[in-house]
Design a protein around this ligand. Structure first.
Ligand code: G3P
Ligand code: CA
Length: 325
């Protein structure tokens, strides 16, 4: 390559780096802003919109299969009340763990609804339209790996273990099962295109110290987990995890959280950025994402609208399009 070509390439690479080239966009529950969460369709759409990683939340079925669901209950996002009206527990919930995979496959996934039946996000995909299945984790992995083959891209997966302590009490060890599936699909070693996330430190510690994994681990932090947001808390997290996934409010309230995490070698991937649930101080999702990515300096974002985060990162500026949803 001629010197001028090299110079242009260097400037371009520098530009990509300065514009957040190493920051990542995580398709939260797929592209949940556009299609019902945790469906293969939502994951494929997030992929097509340019997400770097796609997030499945994981719970277990009665026959020990990982399925992609945010809740340990089925009623918020499926028609389980219609298909199995008599299978709720006395507490009024239909638990995924009470159903076999074959039974769960008979359900239809819909846009997330409140107990009243009204959608959480009225502007999203119509509740009763089309038909979607609850996918297994293996189906999700095979979809992403299949798309990686057909497109030549290398999109990663970002599985979250939901309530592993509760599952353990029910007799199901999520941690060893997760590692077994990931190994079967080639996710091994610290550079694998996978991040394992969990709110429960015990499960992450078990993955790291008892099961000996060297896969990247991410400690999720809710807005009420105060002890994890201190410097001491972050130092402790750094003994077993590579990154933290804080509620974005933690950073909004204390932006120094990001530099503290970085001091301990932890990357920071806050959640969840939504165009249709925008904090009042921002005029658009683009503006909010620009603030977090370029001013607060986070390393990636969980978002229901991966296309908008990709646009903000690649443009490298706060577009302020003001497109309220
Ligand atoms: O995993 C990051 C974020 O998704 C955590 O919140 O409740 O959407 O799983 P939740
Ligand atoms: Ca999640």
């Amino acid at each position: 390559m001629k010197r001028t070509g090299l110079a242009v390439m260097s400037v371009l690479l520098l530009g990509v780096s300065l514009l957040g080239g190493d920051k990542i966009v995580i398709g939260h529950r797929g592209a949940a802003g556009y299609l019902p969460e945790h469906t293969l369709e939502s994951y494929a759409f997030a992929y097509a919109l340019g997400a770097d990683y796609i997030e499945p939340d994981l719970v277990m079925t009665r026959d020990g299969v990982f399925v992609c669901l945010h809740d340990i209950y089925l009623e918020g996002t499926t028609n389980v009340e219609e298909v199995f009206p008599d299978r709720k527990r006395p507490d009024g919930h239909w638990y995924a763990i009470d159903f076999t995979l074959e039974e769960i496959k008979r359900l239809s996934v819909h846009e997330r609804c409140r107990d009243s039946g009204q959608p959480h996000f009225p502007g999203r995909f119509p509740v009763s339209a089309s038909h979607f299945e609850v996918p297994t984790f293996v189906e999700m992995i095979e979809l992403i790996q299949g798309l990686n083959k057909s497109t030549g891209r290398d999109v990663g997966i970002y599985p979250e273990l939901k309530r592993p302590g509760w599952h353990l009490n029910q007799g199901y060890d999520m941690t060893s099962k997760l590692l077994e599936i990931l190994a079967r699909y080639g996710y091994q070693g610290p550079d694998a295109k996978v991040y394992i996330q969990c709110f429960e430190a015990d499960a992450l510690r078990r993955l790291r110290f008892e099961l000996g994994t060297d896969l990247p681990l991410v400690q999720l932090i809710s807005a009420v987990s105060f002890s994890m947001t201190t410097r001491q808390g972050l130092a402790e997290i750094a003994t077993y995890a590579q990154g933290v996934g804080p509620d974005k409010w933690i950073i909004e309230k204390s932006p120094e959280f990001v530099s503290w995490a970085h001091e301990f070698g932890l990357f920071v991937h806050p959640y969840t950025f939504r165009a249709d649930s925008l904090p009042s101080q921002y005029a658009s999702l683009e503006e909010e994402l620009g603030k977090f990515l370029f001013d607060y300096g986070v390393d990636g974002v969980f978002t229901d609208f991966p296309d908008i985060a990709v646009w903000v990162l690649r443009e490298g500026a706060i577009p302020l399009r003001g497109k309220a949803r």
